[in-house]
Design a protein. Structure first.
Length: 357
């Protein structure tokens, strides 16, 4: 594995940078990160990987098909791990266009770039070993009732502009396998959390607001349930799926850590109170706010296929992973403070506005 070369799209973002760090630091791979460097990307996320000399950043837009085709042909990767995506549900509600362009058109562009490169390879080991891993979300499956789990065969039923755009991209990836034979594998993951998470998402937002004594907004009554996956466990899973996953198959990646949103927020409050006590318990900062439009009630993944076929197992449970995450934010104010001051200060996102006429 030490000789493999991997292109990671969206590799300066939260999950993508975890994948880049894992590939470089643990798999001894050479990584080319392709990232448009939008608001949620951060060069600092790649510092450890770049310091090895085996990771470099290419700032380009995956929607530019000619550029992507040339890039893939020049780099000649063994694998492409496609993570680049607009991913925040709230932002997709108020501005869906970017999600359609990046998640649908961008995926098409990468599939075509990969197909052009792969079809031009001579028959042999390099062509046989090439893989395109399309990384997606459990939100494409829609909402569960109080029982049951998402399986790889669960019908798609997306609710938001974000999940709909990801569902479309999943179908494209599968179609390029079935129609053109491109060696594609697809993964669908549950909610990720961990270090370097942009502070618009629930867990980092609550950590930072709680540290600053600000209101902790909880949508609706806080009963919505998510399955939480530590990002470094996800990165290990993606490397494994890209290397050993069966062509044309989907693998669900989940942490088996279901929590209501209110439970997540309360656990963060209690952990911060334990480490850095405040004058009053931080649970008193919780405020219930108007629910998100189209808010799915419950997600939960069955990762049995990944665990049994490929031998993956999450190393962190929610309690151990959250402790690591809270401590990372306490130790890395230099990373998040500039974001809070200049990029995103914690304001409410995702309120649907009337269309302008």
């Amino acid at each position: 594995m030490g000789s493999k070369k991997v292109i990671v799209t969206g590799g300066a973002g939260f999950i993508g940078s975890a994948v880049a760090r894992h590939l470089v630091l643990d798999d001894d791979a050479e990584v080319v990160v392709v990232d448009k460097m939008t608001y949620a990307a951060n060069r600092a996320n790649l510092a450890q990987a770049e310091a090895t000399g085996r990771c470099r950043l290419v700032v380009e837009d995956i929607c530019d098909q000619s550029v992507m085709t040339e890039l893939v042909a020049t780099e000649q990767p063994d694998q492409i791990l496609h993570l680049a995506a607009e991913s925040h549900v709230d932002r997709s509600i108020s501005g869906p266009r970017d999600f359609i362009e990046t998640n649908v058109i961008g995926t098409y562009s990468m599939l075509e770039a990969a197909r052009s490169y792969w079809t031009g390879l001579p028959e042999g080991d390099a062509k046989d070993a090439f893989r395109f891993l399309h990384v997606s979300t459990d939100e494409v499956y829609g909402s569960l009732g109080k029982d049951g789990l998402f399986h790889e065969t669960t019908p798609y039923d997306p609710s938001s502009p974000y999940s709909s755009s990801k569902a479309a991209s999943d179908h494209l990836a599968k179609a390029w396998f079935r129609t053109y034979g491109l060696p594609v594998v697809v993964s669908n993951c549950s909610n990720n959390y961990g270090p370097y998470h942009f502070p618009e998402k629930l867990i980092p937002l609550v950590i930072l607001n709680a540290l600053e004594g600000k209101t902790l907004p909880v949508y609706g009554d806080g009963s919505n349930i998510r399955d939480w996956l530590y990002v470094e466990d996800h990165a290990r899973a993606l490397s494994l799926i890209a290397t050993k996953g069966r062509l044309g198959e989907t693998y669900n990646v989940g942490g088996r850590n279901e929590r209501t949103n209110l439970q997540v927020v309360e656990t963060i409050c209690d952990e911060l109170d334990r480490i850095v006590p405040a004058a009053t318990p931080r649970r008193e900062l919780i405020k219930f706010v108007t629910d998100r439009p189209g808010h799915d009630h419950r997600y939960a993944i069955d990762a049995t296929k990944l665990e049994t076929e490929l031998g993956w197992k999450a190393q962190e449970n929610f309690d151990t992973g959250l402790r690591k995450t809270v401590q990372w934010y306490l130790d890395n104010e230099a990373w998040w403070m500039p974001l809070r001051k200049s990029v995103y200060s914690g304001e409410r996102l995702g309120l649907a506005e009337p269309q302008k006429t």
